[in-house]
Design a protein around this ligand. Structure first.
Ligand code: FAD
Length: 497
């Protein structure tokens, strides 16, 4: 009897362009696809509540797709290294395939699993499904990792991008005996609403949170491919202009799909490249070029995390290590719940709570507000995002927060303190985004919407709004907060790493 191959799925929950799976199928041997729920091995970063919601539905979708190929997804929970060994014994498999991950805890697990399996004379093969350019293979002229995006990306663009692997439709060879699988509900991934304290003003969003997620998202490979297709057909050309407008669907919203590996960057690259067939010019438009550059930021984030694995908790710029961050539970709560009194900040945090996603421009605004206006640690913000984002991704989240705090690679300078009112006026000029997520301000006219505290009393009365009752007064004064942030960050900001 031919021994089966175990394919260990992790953040590669797709059948197309999945090199670990394809290589197993090509052997003609029986294939046993498995997923192990092992939060203890994720170090300080086990999946947060929103990510677990996504994972539940993504595993359901993968399981269905495998059934369509006459196979199944074996689910298990516990220690991955032990469970892999047990599954090998139970199935007689002699080979394990997986696609590599780049987070520090995942690398340790891979290392331990590899050693344990090789000791047991099991053949291990690993592959790249998640990146265009794996971090180890990209170095600057001195042989060091890049720390600035522009030269990094310029260098990457001189390298070849592999074509995605084709999706095979042939059935997977089944083993003579399937190992026992847990049911999806045994993994208890779906968050219980009681795990959270409902923000008072958002009770309606809280109670229907899972329903809202399901209205917005379709986790799984099919959902990812649909989103990519729609984005390329209708939005990529104008992406360069529209990507900073939170009120419109100007971006691809592929981030959770990319995080869970329901689609890979090679598929995206190749699909964008195919747009050039008409024009013969690659990229086919400025929008396509800017879009690929954003995919480049994702690559850069993974490059940094791989080379600087301490950065999810430690600032890349060491001069920030002793910065006296403020702790103020009341202010933290107001920020988290979208009750800061700054409409654009509150809109972003409410969008996050309701949908598990926030527009990139608004992520930058709310992050700057937390670290500069409130002077709370970027780690506090990263932790909140980690729990609430469906696209929570250690590499991208670390880069985003360290960039916003000014302590990361290629970071915003210390004196860049976003003025939330001006940012809102520029990127949400007609207030559609704020009105959508902060409905109590819906009737405030445009000229006062982004700073209701400066609106004349009669305008507020006309809009049916009493500040302090229906919507909070700002929790900090922008000018004062800016001045004290500048003073606090000045010394540290001038020090080079
Ligand atoms: P698009 O504009 O359509 O871009 C396409 C893809 O490129 C994205 O899906 C994403 O994978 C990648 N990308 C785009 N912008 C960035 C960026 N600045 N850095 C890295 N990759 C990028 N992104 C996450 O995926 N997970 C996170 O946990 C995360 N946390 C963030 C925290 C902060 C404070 C900030 C400022 C940004 C964070 N980002 C994070 C990056 C960015 O906001 C999201 O990737 C983007 O908003 C996702 O929307 P989209 O898929 O429509 O992006």
């Amino acid at each position: 009897m031919t021994p089966p191959i175990i394919v260990w799925f992790r953040q590669d929950l797709r059948l197309t362009d999945n090199p670990a799976l394809n290589a197993a199928v090509r052997t003609g041997r029986p294939v046993i696809p498995i997923f192990i729920w092992d939060p203890k091995r994720e170090g300080d970063w086990p999946a947060g509540a929103a990510s677990r919601w996504w994972l539940h539905h993504s595993l359901a979708a993968l399981s269905d797709s495998l059934r369509g190929r006459s196979s199944r997804l074996i689910l298990a929970s516990g220690d991955s290294v032990d469970l892999l060994s047990r599954l090998l014994r139970a199935t007689g498999a002699t080979t394990v395939h997986w696609n590599r991950r780049y987070e520090p805890a995942a690398r340790t697990t891979e290392h331990e699993a590899g050693s344990a399996l090789e000791k047991a004379s099991v053949e291990v093969e690993t592959f790249n499904s998640a990146l265009l350019f794996e971090p180890e293979s990209v170095r600057n002229k001195s042989g060091d990792p890049f720390q600035v995006f522009t030269p990094y990306w310029r260098h990457c663009l001189t390298l070849a991008v592999a074509e995605p692997e084709k999706r095979s439709t042939c059935p997977l060879v089944a083993p003579t005996r399937w190992p026992v699988s847990q049911s999806l509900s045994d993994l208890a991934l779906l968050p219980k609403e009681v795990e959270r304290v409902a923000p008072n003003a958002l009770d309606d969003l809280e109670t229907s949170r899972s329903t809202r997620f399901a209205e917005v998202w379709e986790p799984g490979e099919a959902g990812a491919l649909k989103r990519l297709k729609r984005f390329l057909a209708t939005r990529v050309e104008s992406y360069g202009n529209d990507r900073d407008r939170p009120a419109i669907e100007g971006t691809s919203a592929l981030s959770p799909h990319l995080h869970f590996g329901e689609i890979g960057p090679r598929q995206i690259w190749s699909a964008v490249k195919a747009l050039s067939a008409r024009t013969g010019v690659f990229p086919s438009s400025r929008g396509a070029q800017v879009y690929l550059t954003e995919i480049g930021w994702r690559e850069f984030a993974h490059h940094l995390l791989w080379h600087f694995p301490q950065t999810p908790t430690e600032p890349l710029r060491e001069s920030f290590a002793s910065f006296p961050w403020v702790r103020d539970a009341k202010a933290s709560r107001a920020w988290q719940r979208g009750l800061s009194g700054y409409p654009i900040v509150d809109a972003g945090l409410r969008q996050l709570w309701a949908t598990g996603w926030m527009h990139n421009r608004v992520r930058m605004i709310v992050a700057s507000f937390l670290v500069k206006h409130l002077r709370h640690s970027w780690r506090e913000g990263a932790a909140w995002f980690w729990d609430t984002l469906v696209d929570a991704d250690l590499a991208n989240n670390t880069l985003g927060w360290q960039w916003s705090a000014g302590c990361g690679a290629d970071a915003a300078p210390y004196f860049r303190i976003f003025n939330p009112t001006l940012q809102a006026a520029k990127f949400d000029p007609d207030g559609a985004y704020v009105r959508r997520w902060v409905p109590e301000l819906a009737k405030v006219p445009n000229e006062h919407l982004h700073e209701p505290w400066n609106a004349p009393m009669d305008v507020l009365a006309e809009a049916g709004l009493v500040l302090g009752r229906d919507y909070p007064h700002p929790i900090v004064d922008h000018a004062e907060a800016r001045a004290s942030a500048l003073a606090a960050f000045k010394e540290i900001g001038r020090t080079r790493p």
